[in-house]
Design a protein around this ligand. Structure first.
Ligand SMILES: Nc1ncnc2c1ncn2[C@@H]1O[C@H](COP(=O)(O)OP(=O)(O)OP(=O)(O)O)[C@@H](O)[C@H]1O
Ligand SMILES: [Mg+2]
Length: 230
């Protein structure tokens, strides 16, 4: 039976002829979880696996009690995935339309849709940019728009893969603050920013496609830093 909000037992992911993730067994229940490890260690593949974007080749997987291989549509409704590159996540011509697009599956009445979109734009500091062309926004504004589109759906779990990678310090802090804000969601945060990882309640460390550490972030980060120092 599933024992955590995120449950993996002996999970493997093979892409092409490469075993990208191997023998991952893990139960995560903390509200915020950092995923750390060197380049190519398997973090993004892990994030995509949890988001139902990459299928497992073997093992058992439950995300909020959902097996992504069986109930992908339900999983997509209940979670949100955010990447480093906001250009890949912005679809509609204007800021307001792009936020509204995230709610298309909910079939809301026009007034309710407008109210939800307005409240979300306000929360992410985008209200004054509502009618701006989304592709003309700066990188930081685009990432806030991508987050706004993710959060407007009130996801139960947000999976963010290096969401602050291309941002300056101020925008990185704003994006991080939104991710960490307790809005009733769980967070899985892939990051190379170890100070950000330290803000999580739990951390997991990957190396060579395997899980090599799980626990309190301080200890897991220390272990990772020891590896990096070699
Ligand atoms: N579609 C694919 N086919 C074959 N190999 C892949 C595929 N996607 C990823 N890999 C390989 O899997 C390994 C892990 O990649 P992944 O992107 O998960 O690493 P990462 O930890 O996110 O790295 P980074 O910190 O650089 O983002 C890499 O060696 C990569 O080349
Ligand atoms: Mg990656």
């Amino acid at each position: 039976m599933n024992t955590g909000a995120i449950h993996l037992k002996d999970v493997g992911v093979r892409l092409g002829d490469t075993d990208v993730l191997q023998e991952i067994s893990l139960d995560l229940n903390a509200r915020t979880v950092a995923v750390i490890g060197e380049n190519g260690s398997g973090k993004s593949t892990f994030a995509r696996l949890l988001g139902g974007l990459v299928p497992r080749t073997s093992g058992e997987l439950g995300i909020l009690g959902i097996d992504p291989n069986r109930r992908a549509a339900e999983l997509r409704r209940r979670i949100a995935v955010v990447f480093s590159n906001p250009d890949a996540q912005i679809i509609m011509p204007t800021v307001a339309e792009d936020v509204a697009f995230s709610l298309r599956a909910d079939r809301l009445k026009a007034a309710e849709l407008e109210a939800r979109v307005a409240a979300a734009m306000e929360r992410f500091g985008l209200a004054e940019l509502a009618e701006r062309a989304s592709h003309d926004l700066s990188g930081g504004q685009k990432q806030l728009l991508a987050l706004c589109g993710a959060f407007v759906r009130n996801p139960e779990l947000v999976i963010a893969d290096e969401p602050t990678a291309y941002l300056d310090a101020r925008n990185a802090r704003r994006v991080a603050d939104h991710l960490f804000e307790d809005a009733g969601h769980r967070l899985v945060l892939v990051t190379h920013d170890l100070a950000l990882a330290a803000r999580c309640e739990q951390a997991v460390l990957f190396a060579g496609g395997r899980l090599v550490g799980v626990g309190e972030p301080g200890a897991v980060i220390e272990r990772y830093e020891a590896v990096l120092a070699c």
